[in-house]
Every structure is written in structure tokens, then in C-alpha cells.
Design a protein around this ligand. Structure first.
Ligand code: ATP
Ligand code: ATP
Ligand code: MG
Ligand code: MG
Ligand code: MG
Ligand code: MG
Length: 257
């Protein structure tokens, strides 16, 4: 198109491309999900269906944006990792962030009713997002360890808090009882007072969710022959593994290649 006299305004757009050859991580987080979870009567401390919608939205983001190699989610947040070689939108930060977060939010809304068939979505779910560049594999792993450690700390606290509340105490009493306690104290309260062995809780709560592209055999009917054919496809798959230790990374060396 011919240049118009207005075109100079493009020069006001700043260059916001991410540092080259670094790992880019987009983290989205639900806006006001404390209230959102009350309004939609999520189970406390953990609503499994709510985690299901989050995981579904993240899978759809990964299907759409093929550059993402791994994603990690817990509570109302998800982190998406793009490798140093990624050239999506020429690494322009605002383009990448806004595409990821809008895809996530629209898929969250679109798939809500599959997880909550009897509960209307009462407000438009909203997520914020940021993109951070990490220079080395070590820092990227430390970032993911930080999020999984956060999941553990919050989940242990919330599990103890809601066990106390569900036993008939007020939220204020529960908070007072847990104030200043260490992990071992919370484990002890759960075990001795509520007969809950924290380590036997489902890994989805304790570890959060990791999504990687797993080689999976996919069967389909051939349009030409009408016969069933199978082929290998890399399908975004949810795991609840520990990603702090070395084992996971040794099993999936391609993730840090
Ligand atoms: P902000 O807008 O600053 O992020 P927020 O209210 O979303 O505020 P967060 O720190 O992100 O605060 O915490 C999210 C909250 O959402 C949790 O504290 C919890 O109350 C609720 N929540 C999220 N997912 C679940 C779930 N699966 N089950 C139960 N509650 C959940
Ligand atoms: P990109 O992802 O690069 O933005 P795009 O296909 O969205 O690619 P745009 O330059 O944003 O390309 O153009 C949007 C296109 O969407 C228009 O060219 C037109 O084909 C279509 N479109 C948008 N709004 C309308 C509308 N109201 N009626 C008909 N077509 C529309
Ligand atoms: Mg936030
Ligand atoms: Mg939030
Ligand atoms: Mg959060
Ligand atoms: Mg467009």
C-alpha cells in the first residue's frame, strides 16, 4: 500500500524484541482468582475440575504455538517455555505475550463447560502475562524449580488451612494456628490431627502439571483406503512429575537441547 502522510507514527513503536539466544518464558496468572474461585464455588483447597480447565487451555496454547517445548502450571498460573532458537514474531515480546495470554483466556472460556457442565461461567476470565528471558539452562531449570517449590509451599499450607477450617474452626483460627509454623509442623498437624499423610495426596496437587510433547501412536482412518492407519505424533501430554531433581531432565534431554 502507498505510504500515507500518517505513516510516520509507526516510528513511535519501540523495538521490544527479546534478547537473542535466550530461553523465553511467558507466565500467565489469573486476575483476581481468589474471588473467581469463590464465585464459582471451587472445592478448597484444590478443585480438580478447575485445574482441568487450566490444563486444557494450556494444551490448546501448545497445539497452536508449536515453538513451546514445555509448560508448567499450578493454581491459576501457567509458564510456557520457548527455546533460544525460537524466532516467533521475530521474538517481539508484546506480540508473543499477547498471543499466548489471549489464546489461553479464550480457550479457558471456551472449554469451561466441559469441566463444569452444571456451572455457568459468571464473568469473563482474565489473565495477566509477562515474558522473562533466561540466559542459561541452569537459570531456566531454577525458574521452573522455583514455580514447583511455590506449588508445594502453597499446597501444604492450603491443605493444612482447609483441614482446620473443615473441622469446624474459623478461617481466622486456622490462620492463627498456622502462623509461624514450618513445613514439618504442618505435616505433623495434618498427620496427627487429621490423619492425612501429605505425601499420599495426589501428585497433581503436590507437584502441579507439566506438559511436554510426547511421541504418541495416533490411529486414524485413511481417506484413500478406508483402512485404519497409525502414525507417531508429538502430542502435548500432562504429567505431574517432579521437575526439581535431575531425573526428569535426564529422561527428556531434548527439552534442554
Ligand atoms: P492476582 O490477580 O494478584 O493474581 P489472585 O486472587 O488471582 O490475585 P493468586 O495469588 O494468583 O491471587 O492466587 C490464586 C488463588 O485462586 C488461590 O489463592 C486460590 O484461592 C484460587 N485458586 C486457583 N486455582 C484453584 C483451584 N484449582 N482450586 C481452588 N482454588 C483455586
Ligand atoms: P495477522 O495474524 O498477521 O494479523 P490477519 O489475517 O489477521 O493476520 P490482518 O491484516 O490483521 O490479517 O487483517 C484482518 C483480516 O480479517 C482482513 O484482511 C479481513 O480479511 C478480515 N476481517 C476482519 N474483520 C472483518 C470484518 N468485519 N469483515 C470482513 N472481514 C474482516
Ligand atoms: Mg497476578
Ligand atoms: Mg492470580
Ligand atoms: Mg496465582
Ligand atoms: Mg490480524
Amino acid at each position: 500500500m502507498a505510504n500515507s502522510k500518517y505513516e510516520y507514527v509507526r516510528n513511535f513503536e519501540l523495538d521490544d524484541s527479546a534478547l537473542p539466544s535466550t530461553w523465553m518464558v511467558v507466565r500467565i496468572d489469573g486476575r483476581g482468582f481468589h474471588g473467581f474461585s469463590d464465585m464459582h464455588t471451587f472445592d478448597k483447597p484444590n478443585d480438580l475440575k478447575a485445574l482441568g480447565v487450566m490444563n486444557k487451555a494450556a494444551i490448546e496454547v501448545m497445539k497452536n504455538i508449536r515453538d513451546i517445548t514445555i509448560a508448567y502450571g499450578q493454581s491459576d498460573e501457567y509458564s510456557f517455555v520457548l527455546p533460544p532458537s525460537c524466532n516467533l514474531y521475530s521474538r517481539r515480546i508484546s506480540k508473543i505475550i499477547s498471543t499466548v495470554v489471549s489464546l489461553f483466556a479464550s480457550n479457558y472460556a471456551m472449554h469451561w463447560s466441559e469441566y463444569f457442565p452444571d456451572r455457568k461461567l459468571l464473568v469473563a476470565p482474565c489473565f495477566d502475562a509477562r515474558l522473562v528471558c533466561y540466559p542459561t539452562k541452569k537459570v531456566l531449570r531454577d525458574y521452573l524449580s522455583w514455580r514447583q517449590a511455590d506449588c508445594h509451599i502453597n499446597n501444604l499450607y492450603n491443605t493444612a488451612f482447609w483441614a482446620i477450617v473443615h473441622s469446624g474452626k474459623s478461617e481466622q483460627e486456622a490462620e492463627e494456628k498456622l502462623r509461624g509454623t514450618f513445613s514439618k509442623d504442618k505435616n505433623e498437624i495434618l498427620f496427627s490431627e487429621f490423619n492425612i499423610n501429605y505425601n499420599s495426596l495426589a501428585p497433581v496437587y503436590r507437584k502441579g502439571s507439566v506438559i511436554i510433547r510426547k511421541e504418541t501412536e495416533v490411529k486414524s482412518i485413511s481417506a484413500q483406503t478406508g483402512k485404519e492407519v497409525s502414525r507417531q505424533k508429538r502430542v502435548p501430554t500432562v504429567l505431574h512429575d517432579d521437575i526439581i531433581g535431575d531425573k526428569f531432565w535426564e529422561e527428556h534431554p531434548e527439552l534442554l537441547a
